[in-house]
Every structure is written in C-alpha cells, then in structure tokens.
Design a protein around this ligand. Structure first.
Ligand SMILES: NC(=O)c1ccc[n+]([C@@H]2O[C@H](COP(=O)([O-])OP(=O)(O)OC[C@H]3O[C@@H](n4cnc5c(N)ncnc54)[C@H](OP(=O)(O)O)[C@@H]3O)[C@@H](O)[C@H]2O)c1
Length: 281
C-alpha cells in the first residue's frame, strides 16, 4: 500500500473508518474484528475512531475498545498502526449527537480514551467538532495542553472551516497535523479546507468519503462508468479520485464487512487516466 504522511508518521494512503462498527446498524463483534483484521491484512495502518462511536449512554468508547481488542488479537505486527481518535462529541443515548468542548471535559475525555486504547499516549487526537458555547481558542488550547503534557503524540481537528484551521494551527504552534472534514463527490463544501491543507502540508482526512453509510452502496454516475472501464467497484474509483485530488488527502472509508475494506484498500493501485479524471466531478 502507498503511504502518505500525518505529521512525522507515514500511514497507508487509505485508512479505515470505525464508525459503522459501533453505531446504529452495527454488526456483531466477531464480524467487526474480522473487518479490522482484513484492513490490517490489506496494509491499512490508519484507523479512525472516536469516543462517541457508540449507541447507548453506558457504552461510551465502544469503537475505541473494539479497535484495541482487534489490535491485541491480530496475529501480525501492529506497531506501525496509527489509531486516530477524537473527543468533544457525545451521544446521550437517545440517538442524538451533542457537543462539549469545555477544556476540562476534553482533558477528561482524553484520559478515558487513553485507558480504553491501552496506550501511554494517543497517536493522533482530534478535536471532534466546534462547540458554539466554548470559544474555539479555549477548545484548541486544551488540545495544546494535552500535547504539551505528552498525553497525545499528534493533534488534529475535525469539522473546521479554513479560519478555524488557521486559528488551530496558530494555537498549536504549528503542530496541527490533520484536518478531518466531510468531503465526497456529493458533499463538496469543504473544498476550500482541502485546498488550504494542501498549501500548508497538513493531512486532510475526508470523512464519509463515499457519501456516508446509507449512500455509499449506490455510488453511480461517472464513478460507475469509470469503474466499468477498469473492472473495479465505483467505491474504489471514488477513493482513487480522493487520492488524485491532493497529495495530503487520506480517505478513511468506513466498513463493517471485511469485503468492503479489502476492496477499498486496493484503491491506491488504481491509476485513473486523464480521460477518467475528465469525467469525474
Ligand atoms: N469527524 C466526523 O465528524 C465524522 C463524521 C462521520 C464519519 N467520520 C469518520 O469517517 C469514516 C467514514 O465515513 P462513513 O463511515 O460515515 O461513510 P463512508 O465511508 O462514506 O461509507 C461507509 C460505508 O461504505 C461502505 N463501503 C466501504 N467501502 C466500500 C466498498 N469498497 N464497496 C462498497 N461499499 C463500501 C461500507 O459498507 P459496509 O458497512 O457494508 O462495510 C460502509 O458502511 C467513519 O467511519 C468515521 O470514522 C467522521
């Protein structure tokens, strides 16, 4: 698998998004473990998670714990795997998503994630989503404190506009290594964020890169047309399109089945021609 860079760490150009294995519609644990192991078999060395990937209020960190168990039970070497988690989003258990970016809460959430992941320092910790009740500088200040305290090795942000990307970079003293924003053929409004990350050399992790859990299976149009030419899935074409957009783009397709992540992980070997790119959006 080709590699790309997050901070000073080389990771696979295609990551694995853990969300579908822990929220509504999730599979049983055995299938999830097989899915994560299939990703590792395919050379994936970036796994994206969050403490908020769970359903019930009593199972915060379901996805982090699942990933920790899958890594522990994998037969091969996992020392090169970067687990990227997030804090600042919550699920009270009624199906909704809420936010809390108070510095005290973020520090407490980070401590809990450290325990669940079973590590001394989190490889990449991402501020999940701005909280309108808390100044952005205060939230990112908490992330800076976590970096300074050695609780996290690298810092990222998510759901941030270009102004917030610049602000976070400044508050972190240039140590902002990644931005995770929604970006897919159907959702393009964070394109200015991608352009800024490309200019600044910051990794850009498009979330819901295939259009999201519900829509990913029905990717059609030009993607289906190009897929037919190459004899591959439209999802693989879509991920190759993300890779072609920018050298800092590292898509994190979600998966809940071994087959889908195995198919997605092969996107880095799909070479899109100029004719292909001309018909893609
Ligand atoms: N920062 C944020 O606020 C935020 C928000 C949402 C998501 N995320 C992150 O981004 C990740 C990706 O987003 P997402 O999971 O919402 O959406 P997505 O990656 O666009 O779509 C996920 C779905 O795509 C299907 N899929 C994946 N590869 C496929 C392939 N090669 N062929 C056919 N189907 C394929 C999977 O199906 P199966 O389930 O059948 O395997 C999965 O359910 C999440 O898992 C999460 O880690 C972050």
């Amino acid at each position: 698998m080709q590699s790309r860079r997050i901070g000073d760490v080389q990771v696979s150009a295609i990551g694995l998004g853990g969300m579908p294995m822990s929220i509504e519609g999730r599979p049983d644990e055995d299938r999830s473990i097989r899915t994560i192991h299939a990703a590792l078999d395919a050379g994936v060395t970036l796994i994206d998670t969050a403490d908020a990937y769970h359903i019930g209020a009593d199972e915060v960190g379901h996805n982090e714990s699942l990933i920790a168990r899958a890594l522990a039970s994998y037969g091969g070497d996992t020392s090169g795997v970067l687990v990227a988690t997030k804090g600042g989003h919550l699920r009270p258990g009624d199906g909704s998503w809420t936010v809390n970016s108070s510095p005290d809460y973020l520090k407490q959430a980070c401590e809990a994630s450290l325990k669940r992941l079973g590590v001394d320092a989190i490889g990449l910790y991402q501020h999940h989503r701005p909280d309108p009740r808390v100044p952005y500088a205060d939230a990112i200040g908490a992330i800076r404190d976590l970096l300074d305290a050695g609780k996290i090795r690298m810092a990222g942000i998510s759901n941030a506009n270009p102004q917030q990307i610049r602000e976070a970079r400044e508050i972190l003293g240039g140590r902002l290594v990644s931005v995770q924003n929604q970006f897919s053929p159907a959702f393009r409004s964070s394109e200015p964020g991608l352009e800024l990350c490309t200019e600044l050399g910051i990794a850009f992790l498009p979330w819901s890169p295939l259009g999201g859990i519900q829509a990913a299976g029905s990717l059609g149009g030009a993607f289906a047309e190009v897929a037919e030419r190459h004899g591959v899935s439209p999802q693989r074409v879509c991920l190759a399109w993300h890779l072609a957009k920018s050298p800092v783009s590292i898509p994190i397709p979600g998966a809940s089945r071994p087959e889908t992540i195995t198919d997605s992980a092969a996107a880095d070997t799909l070479e899109l021609t100029a004719d292909d790119l001309a018909v893609l959006p």
